[in-house]
Design a protein around this ligand. Structure first.
Ligand SMILES: *Cc1c(COP(=O)(O)O)cnc(C)c1O
Length: 471
């Protein structure tokens, strides 16, 4: 045993091993972390030798190094990067569907962790020791905020559309304007979801114009629902006409039929007061008399992925008791973070606390300040970058407010040896990938979506890319 212990290699000897250096490069760990891991591996092997059977023949240096090497691989294996990893969004697109749409508020994150680390009152009434309903967790907030009689939350807005059509119109007809038969990114088509739900689509009007008479003529004994769909990701301009709720609701009432509107984004916050877009709020649509409204939890609302349905109690009750409601139900992660998100609206603090709202209303001046700070930090170092702050515009994204151009400032970057494509690629390959916009020979960084905790990482990332490009 003593002989074996004497053969244990020293840390500095291990560090000189080529295969250990290769590992360090592969896993991108620092010198300090490598030393720490090697020390642990050596300690483990030493303990094994001490604990091991005494009659074993002594191990030589080579065998011990192999042992240590395996332990190091085990340890590093646990450090494999996650498949779902964080990135820095420097595109300026606030609701970037490919990058995860809405960021959660601090309170939503805390609530998510708090109610998931331990047990929770997901379906439990503390006062009576009885089973509770998960629907109740957010329903009061939703009715208070929107003025609706009742609410239910499902997995996402696509699920909300499906549930409503299935529960209220399966085997019957649903009238929709031809100008509203949208396809949302990720292959969600109103016509197809309708077919899937066994409701019969009756499209009326033309692409650019639909009149109230078109709806009226399409009404039959089989009609179950009049549906309106928010155009979301496109706009029809020019010679157009659309039937408003004011016209549709009296017609529906006279035939005793409900009107359902898929609002897509659905905002509780009035962006028009910042002169941004022309989105009606959910509460306005409820006040207009629409019977059922559905919208996404992770678009303009700025919460977790969810489909929120608000409306008249008689219809919401039908949805709640449908078998599909169980299939599409949300879990505690969604309900906990959604409740916290809604609370910020109740307090009137959405523009301060909800990242999505905050980023959309973020002033160009604030963005310019962040852009300049980044430029100054890089200019303080000697690099191959040429940087310039310039006026530009950002998009809301997520199929919301497609026509809105938010005034912003970007940093235009070129590098002495990298093309814009090459630079963008190097930035994507960083430990924390940086996702940018490209414009001809420039890489553009839009600081609308660069959050405070990303600022230092962004600078470090650029320095690392520059250093690599120089050697
Ligand atoms: C985005 C959108 C949907 C789908 O919502 P998800 O929450 O992504 O499922 C459905 N309808 C419209 C009009 C939309 O804009």
């Amino acid at each position: 045993m003593n002989q074996t212990l004497r053969n244990l290699p020293a840390i500095h000897e291990l560090k000189a091993e080529e295969r250990i250096n290769n590992l360090r490069e592969k896993y991108k760990i620092s010198e300090r972390v490598l030393t720490e891991y090697l020390q642990t591996a050596v300690d483990d092997v030493r303990q094994q030798i001490i604990d091991g059977p005494l009659d074993r023949s002594p191990l030589d240096r080579e065998q011990l190094t192999n042992n240590i090497f395996e332990k190091l691989i085990d340890k590093l294996g646990m450090q494999e990067p996650f498949n779902l990893e964080r990135v820095i969004n420097a595109t300026g697109v606030v609701l970037h569907t490919n990058l995860g749409r809405a960021l959660l508020s601090e309170e939503a994150l805390e609530q998510l962790v708090e109610t998931s680390r331990g047990y929770s009152t997901l379906e439990y009434e503390v006062a009576t020791n009885e089973r509770g309903s998960r629907h109740r967790l957010v329903e009061d907030y939703l009715t208070e905020l929107t003025g609706a009689e009742a609410a239910i939350v499902v997995n996402n807005n696509a699920a909300a559309v499906y549930l409503i059509l299935k529960a209220l119109a399966a085997g019957q007809e649903v009238i929709v304007s031809r100008g509203e038969l949208v396809e949302i990114g990720g292959s969600f088509r109103i016509s197809e979801i309708m077919a899937e739900s066994d409701a019969q689509l009756v499209d009326v009007g033309t692409t650019n114009k639909t009149h109230i008479a078109d709806y009226e003529q399409a009404l039959t004994e089989e009609t179950a629902l009049l549906m309106k769909v928010h155009k979301s990701n496109f706009a029809i301009v020019g010679f157009t006409e659309e039937v408003t709720a004011d016209e549709l609701i009296p017609l529906a009432k006279s035939y005793n039929l409900p009107v359902y509107e898929d609002l897509g984004s659905g905002t509780l916050y009035d962006f028009r007061k910042h002169k941004i877009g022309d989105e009606p709020t959910v509460q306005e649509r409820v006040a207009a008399g629409i019977d059922l409204i559905s919208f996404s939890g992770d678009k303009l609302l700025g919460g977790p992925q969810a489909g929120v349905i608000v409306g008249k109690k008689q219809y919401i009750d039908q949805l709640k008791s449908h078998q599909l409601a169980r299939v599409l139900r949300v879990d505690k992660l969604t309900l906990g973070s959604l409740e916290a998100t809604l609370k910020a609206y109740v307090r009137g603090r959405a523009a301060e606390e909800i990242p999505t709202v905050k980023h959309i209303v973020k002033s160009a001046l604030m963005i310019k300040r962040d852009a300049e700070q980044f430029v100054n930090e890089l200019l303080a170092k000697e690099t191959g970058f040429t940087l310039e702050v310039a006026k530009d515009s950002s998009k809301v994204g997520g199929g919301t407010m497609p026509e809105v151009a938010l005034e912003t400032y970007v940093v235009r970057v070129t590098h002495e040896t990298l093309s814009s494509d090459g630079l963008a690629r190097e930035l994507r390959l960083l430990d924390v990938p940086i996702i940018v916009r490209l414009q001809r020979e420039f890489v553009l960084l839009d600081f609308r979506t660069v959050i405070a905790r990303d600022m230092n990482l962004l600078v470090d990332g650029f320095l690392a890319v520059d250093e690599r490009a120089r050697i």
